[in-house]
Design a protein. Sequence first.
Length: 304
Amino acid sequence: MPADPCAPAGAGFRAGVIAVVGRPNVGKSTLVNALVGAKVSIVSSKPQTTRHRILGVRTEADAQFIFADTPGFQTRYRNALNQAMNKAVTQALAEVDVVLWLVEAGRFTDADQRILPLLPRDRPVVLVVNKIDMVADKASLLPFLESMSRQFAFAEIVPLCAEKEKDAARLPAILKPYLPEGEAWFGEDDITDRSSRFLAAEIVREKVFRLTGDEIPYAVAVTIEQFEEEGGLFRIGAVVWVERETHKPMLLGRGGEHIKRIATEARQDMEKLFDRKVFLNVWVKVKGGWADDARLIRQFGYDA
């Protein structure tokens, strides 16, 4: 009989790519950061924070886990930006060894339902039921898990809270048997496939998401215009692009207070990540209609 493609393999060093998918704001980036042990993917309470596929790497003595953090699958809006994000999700599902599908404990929405047909049938899919700490009636968890088990032939179902380190730490041992045998893809100290320049742009964008109102983040892109090493520091210049002239004063704030706070908090995170001093300048510029312009989407680093 042919081998079951979803069955655990034998012993030896293992390495493989694990797609982390789910609807927006279900905790994918939080989980990836916890598994990697470093902030490689930005996080905020707002949906659609992640826009790119980002690889986070965790290396152990006998295995290397390459987690592909993906954007939340978009179902409400159909502009060029959201189409690019959905493309990142479908490509990730086509190119991986294992899939981690995140849903929220006690909630299975229409947005979750739309992801179900995208799950591969020829590779193991592990269901992660996140945010179990938010469920007031713990007795309701078991019926929810049972109902989810009828949705798909999952290799494993793992309830957890991604924000709790001990919960996330359970996953590598569960995932390891499903990875193919092979050599490591990345160096022992690598934690991501993305450049420092890319990570700097993402950190600035995260601060915009966290520190501004609901209207601004979805009309924002960040590019790095300067990234130079001077002795023991990085000199970085970032541009925050907005779609409308009316957005610019909202982002700057009175007397520039909003943009100053964004720059300060971004610089502090960069210094922690890069382990060196950072001199950061942040400017705000207007590029009308960029989120629905495929050419500008590519210019801003998205695979439109």
